[in-house]
Design a protein around this ligand. Structure first.
Ligand SMILES: O=C(O)c1cc(=O)[nH]c(=O)n1[C@@H]1O[C@H](COP(=O)(O)O)[C@@H](O)[C@H]1O
Length: 270
């Protein structure tokens, strides 16, 4: 999927919402646990109730890997369901991978070929030759961790190395890599005050922005400093949407919460 196609979806749905499918069996409605594949049933119900309100879904692979083979099968069923029913929705495998070149190529094959995700999150710490294998895949996006939403972002990412903050070096250096047009970046919603500086370096790239909702980030602040002419933002919320209710009405309740965010986005876009 191209960024122009993502932008077209944003305009059509008046939304730049990404819903995080971080399924925790301890949090989903108890009646689903009796089903053969509770994780997939939960995702399917959430997708059926919310697909018209969002432009992206982001399963975090940790929440599937934690359940072993059953979890991985549920992840595969979820991405197949999305690709079949909603091919215009952007899919993100939040796996935070990155390793020496030949290993990165295998990670890229896992998420881009076997699972057919549109994008995968990747850590920049091992540098150019660990990220370029992901960038080599046509029509796929590599979402590089730039400035993360957590407190630990201040341990390294904002520290100066040769008088420049490390996250700025990640942004600048990554622009020089082969196929860098396939890059997007993660910037936490809790770091909205850094967005003006970030847009100076990468004015056109799409940003995946997690951290609204449960982590306390503010939608309006992110938009004020982070928007570009293609909107350029995918705002993720996971727990704040999918766990509003753990009763029979869980999918309806998630849709209501997603709709509140979508309405705020529509207002910002108007
Ligand atoms: O790469 C990510 O998506 C990510 C980066 C980051 O800096 N912060 C962050 O919270 N995330 C992910 O975004 C999701 C946030 O979930 P909620 O806090 O429940 O909305 C989780 O899947 C996190 O792993």
């Amino acid at each position: 999927m191209t960024t122009a196609e993502i932008f077209a979806q944003i305009q059509k749905k008046k939304s730049f919402l990404c819903i995080g499918l971080d399924v925790d069996l301890a949090k989903i409605p108890a009646f689903l646990l009796e089903k053969e594949d509770p994780i997939f049933e939960f995702n399917k119900a959430i997708i059926d109730a919310t697909h018209h309100l969002c432009v992206a879904y982001k399963p975090n692979t940790a929440f599937y890997e934690a359940y072993g083979i059953k979890g991985w099968k549920a992840l595969k069923k979820t991405i197949c369901y999305l690709n079949e029913k909603h091919p215009d929705i952007f899919t993100i495998a939040d796996a935070k991978r990155g390793d020496i070149g030949n290993t990165s190529t295998m990670y890229a094959k896992a998420f881009f070929e076997d699972l057919s995700f549109d994008s995968v999150t990747v850590a920049p710490y091992m540098g150019k030759d660990s990220v370029e294998p992901f960038l080599a895949f046509e029509n796929k996006h590599t979402i590089l961790l730039a400035l993360t939403s957590n407190q630990g972002a201040f341990d390294f990412q904002t520290q100066k190395v040769n008088e420049q903050e490390l996250y700025k070096q990640v942004l600048e250096t990554s622009k020089t890599w082969n196929n860098s047009e396939n890059l997007m970046y993660v910037v936490g919603a809790t770091k909205a005050e850094f967005l003006a500086d970030i847009r100076q370096i990468i004015p056109d790239a799409f940003l995946l922005v997690p951290g609204v909702g449960a982590q306390g980030g503010n939608l309006q602040d992110v938009c004020k400093y982070g928007m570009n002419k293609q909107v350029g933002l995918l705002i993720n919320s996971s727990r704040g949407i999918i766990y509003v209710s753990n009763g029979e009405d869980f999918a309806e309740a998630a849709a209501k919460k997603a709709s509140e965010l979508q309405e705020q986005m529509a207002e910002i876009l108007s």
